[in-house]
Design a protein around this ligand. Structure first.
Ligand code: 13P
Ligand code: SF4
Length: 304
């Protein structure tokens, strides 16, 4: 089937099923372009909670579709590619966390949204890259464990001088960024502003003109006065930057900034998802109840 036909069929299936397509900014441009809503982890969660559709097709990775299911348990939530996971989320299991909690009962557990429902269920509050600073500001007098991303954890720890232990997990894409690479790229583009996602190592974040989640990076490019930007996050984000700030020159720090799991979803897989109802996300009801508590806490604090 050619691309035009495929898009036509996707739209017809969507209408017939009363479905909505949500996509993360790291998806392929053509997948972003057929979505009803494109956003960061936080905005996508909110959208999933608010939509009136019967079915949500989630173009992203497993933890995102699972979060959508937690927020809309009565809806069918489809992840077009069953094995689109997040290696960072898999760096801690619910068993690992249960063991840690038994040994460190005094620690309040903060989980990054890039985590499984099982880990969320054992956490006190969830955060995303967009609201981690705002939410952790409420926990300055707590002893904290932050899972699973050591980079974002150590970044907020230093910012607020927190008593925070960071789980040694990381995103294999962002964690590979180095100061050497930044130095080389800055020599090549001396006038560019450097903007980086907080999943990058701390020494790279120290070099940045701006640190923020995907939405924050887009806003910065749109509103700051620079005309050129070196972007330290997954290359898919450049599609939205080109749309919202076409006059700006955005350059990804390295072509290696490509999330293999995010790039599993294609127009073909979205088409198949709608046609064959695959792959429906299910969460154990007891786990879902616990995980929902941590997400609701995040929602409440981030709207304060
Ligand atoms: P955002 O929460 O900033 O959208 O990022 C999600 C993610 O997976 C980053 O690697
Ligand atoms: Fe996970 Fe990294 Fe991919 Fe984000 S970019 S989904 S943290 S592996």
């Amino acid at each position: 089937m050619n691309r035009r036909m495929m898009i036509k069929e996707i739209n017809a299936l969507k209408q017939a099923r009363n479905a909505v397509i949500l996509a993360h900014y790291y998806q392929y441009p053509e997948v972003q372009d057929i979505a009803d809503f494109v956003g960061d982890s936080y905005a996508l969660s909110r959208k999933a909670a608010e939509t009136e559709a019967d079915t949500i097709v989630f173009c992203g990775v497993h933890f995102m579709a699972e979060t959508a299911k937690l927020l809309s348990p009565e809806k069918t939530v489809l992840l077009p590619e069953a094995d689109a996971g997040c290696p960072m989320a898999d760096r801690i299991t619910a068993d690992d966390l249960a063991r840690y909690k038994a040994e460190n009962p005094e620690r309040t557990v903060v989980c990054y949204v890039n985590s499984t429902a099982g880990v969320k269920a054992l956490s006190d509050v969830c955060v995303t890259s967009a609201n981690a600073e705002k939410i952790l500001a409420h926990y300055q007098d707590h002893r904290l464990l932050y899972v699973p991303d050591k980079n974002l954890g150590n970044y907020v720890k230093r910012k607020f001088n927190l008593d925070l232990e960071a789980w040694p997990g990381f995103c294999c894409i962002h964690n590979d960024l180095t100061v050497e690479l930044v130095t080389t790229m800055r020599k090549r583009y001396p006038d560019a502003a450097l903007i980086v996602h907080p999943e990058a190592p701390l020494d790279v974040l120290d070099e940045a003109d701006y640190v923020g989640g995907t939405k924050g990076l887009i806003e910065y490019v749109k509103t700051s006065p620079h005309s050129q930007y070196l972007v330290g996050t997954e290359e898919g984000l450049l599609h939205e930057m080109h749309k919202t700030a076409p006059e700006k020159d955005v350059i990804v720090l390295t072509p290696d900034l490509r999330c293999y799991d995010m790039k599993k979803t294609t127009l073909e897989s979205v088409h198949r998802a709608l046609k064959t109802n695959t792959h429906a996300i299910e969460v154990d009801p007891e786990v879902a109840q616990g995980a929902r508590r941590a997400i609701d806490k995040m929602m409440a604090l981030s709207e304060q």
